[in-house]
Design a protein around this ligand. Structure first.
Ligand code: ATP
Length: 244
């Protein structure tokens, strides 16, 4: 697994022994930037949870390069923002893989948290309660936590949902910085134009693996996605894995 960050072998994942996504084979190369696309309910979040180690395989295996830490950012709608915590609490959690849960912040840690908040444009938001953040501000805070996790493998579930254009650009810039640092990045996205413009690799799932490869090859046909997702993205021919 020298150049392999994640290896999936006949991987089937699901809930209460009912498969949600079946027989996935493939590998994420170290330093790759990959979009994960597919219709609602096609198993994208399930696959991310499997790679993050949150969901054990029903069959097959998911091997993650043990030399690399994994950062997983769930859909922000899955987070309970009524929890009595502020932005500093949330972002500082990114330090626990390195410092442990009972961390006492050193001056160096406080500086790293401040730097991460600055990098996502949330300077001065540290004491703001999570419940008082807008959707875009919450997404920025979650990205600050990912910065602190300093992981080699970064899994992001729909980070561009319900955010405005400038937040989207800022977050995209961060993803590109991580890519330039040779981190391995997998991002669930519904916006096919964004995938086409910014992601070199694409995985397309629909309960099983439909295609995995260069984005322009994968997006060469009619994808069974809502027409809104295809707006401005042209027509694509789907190259099925089975036909390769
Ligand atoms: N906790 C759960 N318990 C039981 N079934 C689940 C659970 N989470 C997801 N599922 C089911 O697994 C299948 C895949 O769901 P998943 O959330 O992975 O899809 P998705 O592609 O991420 O969808 P979306 O684009 O809507 O976020 C769906 O049929 C869903 O109903």
């Amino acid at each position: 697994m020298r150049n392999t960050a994640v290896q999936l072998t006949d991987l089937t994942l699901g809930y209460e022994r009912v498969p949600a996504i079946k027989n996935i084979n493939g590998e994420l190369l170290t330093g790759s930037l990959t979009a994960l696309i597919g219709p609602n309910g096609s198993g994208k979040s399930t696959l991310l949870k499997g790679i993050a180690g949150i969901l054990p395989p029903l069959c097959g295996s998911c091997c993650v390069n043990s030399a690399q830490r994994v950062a997983y950012l769930p859909q922000s709608s899955a987070l309970d923002c009524t929890f009595p915590a502020n932005v500093l609490d949330l972002v500082s959690l990114g330090l626990w893989p390195q410092r442990g849960l009972r961390l006492r912040h050193r001056a160096e840690d406080r500086q790293r948290v401040a730097n991460a908040l600055q990098a996502v444009g949330l300077d001065g938001f540290g004491n703001r309660s999570l419940s008082a953040l807008s959707g875009g501000q919450l997404q920025r805070a979650l990205f600050a936590r990912v910065i602190l996790q300093d992981a080699g493998i970064i899994l992001l579930d729909e980070p561009f949902n319900a955010i405005d254009g400038s937040t989207r650009l800022d977050l995209l810039r961060l993803i590109k910085q991580w890519h330039a640092q040779q981190r391995t990045i997998l991002v669930v996205i519904h916006d096919i134009a964004l995938v086409s413009d910014h992601f070199p690799q694409t995985i397309f799932v629909n309960g099983e693996l439909m295609a995995w490869g260069e984005t322009q090859t994968v997006l060469q046909g009619d994808l069974p996605l809502p027409s809104a997702a295809l707006a401005n993205a042209g027509r694509f021919t789907l190259q099925r894995v089975a036909e390769q």
